[in-house]
Design a protein around this ligand. Structure first.
Ligand code: SAH
Length: 262
C-alpha cells in the first residue's frame, strides 16, 4: 500500500486502466538500447511497463512519492529525479546514459503541458519520438491544420520538428481521481526531412511574434519588422498583405525567417 494524498496543484490524475497503459507503450514502439524520459511517473503506473522496454529516466516533483517509487522499482533500470522537470538541465541529465534513441513517454501534468513541450524542444536533445497524454483540447491545438482557430505558434514549432498524429482518446474514467476533461494520446515522430531553417532562434522568434495577438493581421503583429520585405515573400506566394498568422503554413514561416534578418 502507499500512503500518499493526491495533490491537485501537481495535476495528479493517475491512470488506472492497464489496457490503456499497454496501448500507450505499444504506440511508442520503443527500440531496444533506447533511453525513455518520463515526466511525472506518479505511482509508476506507466513506468512499470516502460522499464520492460528500455532504460527510464523519470522526473517527479512530489517528494512524497520518493520512498514508494524507489522501493517499488529497486530492481529495475529506472532512475528517478525528484525535482521540478522545468528546472532541470535535461541535456546534462542524459549525458551519462549510453543509448541509441531517445523517447519521451508520459502522462503529462496538464497545468504545465506547454512549458514542458517547449522545454523539450528548446533543449535540442534530438528526440526520436514522443508519445504523450494531454488534455483533449490541447491535443487538438498541437495537431491543428492551418486556417483553424487551434492553429498557433506551438503548432508551427511542433510541425517543424515532428510529424504529429492523434492516436486515441482516453475517457476521464480511466483516472483516479477523475479529471474534468477528456484526454488524448498524441505521438510526435522526428521528421527526417526537417525544413531548412538557417537560424532557429530567429525562426522561433518570428513565429512567436507573428501569433502575438491572434486576431490581428501578420502586418500588425510584425510592427517592428520591415514589413515590405515580408510582404514581398507573401506576394511571391500569392498571399495578401492582410493575411493572419494562422493562415500561413510552416514553409512560409521558414521562407520569411530565412530571407529576413532582424
Ligand atoms: N504517470 C502517472 C501520473 C500522471 S499525473 C500516471 O499516469 O498514473 C502527473 C504527474 O506529474 C504527477 O505525478 C505529478 O506529481 C507530476 N508532476 C507535476 N508537476 C511536475 C513537474 N513540474 N515536474 C515533474 N513532475 C511533475
Amino acid at each position: 500500500m502507499i500512503d500518499h494524498n493526491f495533490k491537485k496543484k501537481f495535476g495528479q490524475n493517475f491512470l488506472q486502466d492497464n489496457n490503456i497503459i499497454r496501448k500507450i507503450v505499444e504506440t511508442a514502439n520503443i527500440e531496444k538500447d533506447s533511453l525513455i524520459i518520463e515526466i511525472g511517473p506518479g505511482r509508476g503506473a506507466l513506468t512499470k511497463y516502460l522499464v520492460e522496454k528500455a532504460q527510464v529516466l523519470a522526473y517527479e516533483i512530489d517528494i512524497e512519492l520518493k520512498d514508494y517509487l524507489e522501493k517499488e522499482f529497486e530492481n529495475n533500470t529506472v532512475d528517478f529525479i525528484f525535482e521540478d522537470f522545468l528546472q532541470r538541465n535535461i541535456k546534462d541529465d542524459i549525458k551519462k546514459y549510453k543509448y541509441n534513441k531517445l523517447y519521451v513517454v508520459a502522462n503529462l501534468p496538464y497545468y504545465i503541458t506547454t512549458p514542458i513541450i517547449t522545454k523539450l524542444i528548446e533543449e535540442k536533445i534530438d528526440l526520436e519520438k514522443m508519445v504523450i497524454m494531454v488534455q483533449k483540447e490541447v491535443g487538438e491545438r498541437f495537431s491543428a491544420t492551418k486556417g483553424t482557430k487551434d492553429y498557433s505558434s506551438i503548432t508551427v514549432f511542433l510541425n517543424y520538428f515532428f510529424k504529429i498524429k492523434k492516436e486515441f482518446i482516453v475517457s476521464k474514467n480511466a483516472f483516479i481521481p477523475k479529471p474534468n476533461v477528456d484526454s488524448i494520446i498524441i505521438s510526435l515522430n522526428k521528421k527526417e526531412n526537417k525544413p531548412n531553417v538557417i537560424d532557429e532562434n530567429h525562426f522561433f522568434k518570428l513565429v512567436r511574434d507573428s501569433f502575438k495577438q491572434k486576431r490581428k493581421t501578420l502586418k500588425n503583429n510584425l510592427k517592428d519588422y520591415d514589413f515590405e520585405k515580408v510582404y514581398e515573400i507573401l506576394k511571391r506566394n500569392n498571399l495578401s498583405e492582410s493575411v493572419r498568422a494562422e493562415e500561413l503554413p510552416l514553409e512560409i514561416f521558414v521562407e520569411i525567417s530565412n530571407n529576413f534578418k532582424l
